[in-house]
Design a protein around this ligand. Structure first.
Ligand SMILES: *Cc1c(COP(=O)(O)O)cnc(C)c1O
Length: 375
């Protein structure tokens, strides 16, 4: 047995898509597959201006440029997140102010956020952990009251919603990741959603390396030239063709991943009732696509279970070292954030991908059960 933590699902046609791309230079030049991807994504996000980027990290960097982040600005972010959520802003001089997380959602604790706001605060970066929606009504109200930008880091949340609206579309800006580690993948890629209409035009400049190429392409300028800062944030066509291969059947992929989540949930509930572990809250299971995690009693138990699974050919992973505890993050706010630290020690993520079926889920769950039987 060798069960990978994640896998790249492919359609039977993926080589045909790549061959088509290579058959015609114009398809590269005209960004054929990027445009095909956008025509699938636009109906999902009809009110946002969309930019396919080389990564969600790149999309977050675009947001930092759009918000004119400079030295002295503060951004409030959960400590329990990927380094990019902070780095995009810190790279431009901002100070991250880390907030603790709620133990049920693993999202930023909204009871703490207002206490962290200062005159220097520029934005709240809300991470929808594992696609669990933050309370966006409450977040929006806080941001409006204090005149802050709301950034949704929906990197893990393709397919997830809040009150029927896709995550990433409710804040001023949102980002989705199509990294190989996420539910829908371009191997490497991301999506920026510009929801605040004030930023639509400038986002186009920044995306096109600081030029008005968009105006030129729309026939509104005779040529294009340097007009603003920017960088090469675009997704390349090789990644776009990989993304296209997944987007043409994204619903099927999400359904498959969700079916595995439900199966895990059913099989492992008895262990939760016995107090051995804590599962994702039941209300999130209906829309769970990104990951299936367990919370163990403590770090020792997490390490023991992970190595037991590994001995049985099952790859299980943990993340993140809370940013406030890292070498770089420690210098900003060395305070105590109890939930982030505790949960980081307890969390273990199980394999979840489309190349696994029911029998694999059963094998994994039986292995987890036998871990306790043998103890
Ligand atoms: C994966 C992830 C990112 C980064 O996405 P990339 O596409 O790999 O740059 C950012 N934030 C969160 C919460 C993530 O999970």
């Amino acid at each position: 047995m060798n069960i990978l933590f994640n896998n790249i699902g492919k359609t039977t046609n993926y080589l045909q898509h790549i061959e088509l791309l290579y058959s015609d230079y114009n398809l590269f030049r005209k960004k054929h597959f990027s445009n095909q991807c956008l025509s699938i994504l636009s109906p999902i996000y009809p009110d946002s201006k969309l930019f396919l980027t080389h990564s969600a990290t790149g999309a977050l960097e675009m947001i930092a440029l759009l918000m004119d982040i400079e030295k002295g600005d503060e951004i409030i972010i959960p400590s329990f997140t990927f380094v990019s959520s902070a780095n995009a802003f810190v790279s431009r001089g901002a100070t991250p102010v880390f907030a603790d997380i709620e133990p049920e959602t693993l999202n930023i604790d909204l009871d703490l956020v207002e206490g962290l706001i200062t005159p220097q605060t520029k934005a709240i970066v809300a991470v929808h952990y594992a696609g669990h929606a933050c309370d966006l009504n409450r977040l929006k109200a806080i941001c409006e009251k204090h005149q802050l930008f709301l950034v949704e880091d929906a990197a893990m949340a393709f397919g997830n919603t809040f009150e029927g609206k896709p995550l990433g579309t409710i804040g001023d800006f949102g980002v989705i990741s199509f990294d190989i580690t996420k539910q829908i993948s371009a191997v490497q890629g991301g999506l920026l959603l510009v929801n605040n209409p004030k930023f639509r035009k400038r986002a186009g400049h920044i995306y096109h390396i600081g030029t008005n190429r968009e105006d030129f392409m729309e026939g509104n300028a005779p040529y294009y030239e340097w007009v603003d800062v920017g960088s090469k944030f675009q997704m390349n066509e090789m990644n776009a063709v990989a993304l296209y291969d997944q987007l043409i059947r994204y619903e099927e992929i999400l359904i498959h991943r969700n079916r595995i989540s439900r199966h895990y949930y059913r099989e492992l509930q008895p262990l939760e009732r016995k107090g051995k572990l804590i599962l994702i809250a039941e209300k999130y299971i209906a829309e769970n696509y990104h990951e299936f995690y367990l919370l163990l009693k403590n770090k020792k138990e997490r390490e023991q279970l992970a190595s037991y699974l590994s001995q049985n050919g099952i790859e299980a992973m943990f993340h993140y070292i809370p940013l406030h505890q890292t070498l770089k993050g420690h210098s900003f706010s060395p305070g105590k954030l109890t939930n982030a630290s505790t949960i980081s020690d307890q969390l273990l993520r199980l394999p979840l991908h489309t190349e696994m079926g029911n029998e694999v889920v059963e094998y994994i769950c039986n292995t987890i059960k036998s871990y306790w039987d043998e103890k």
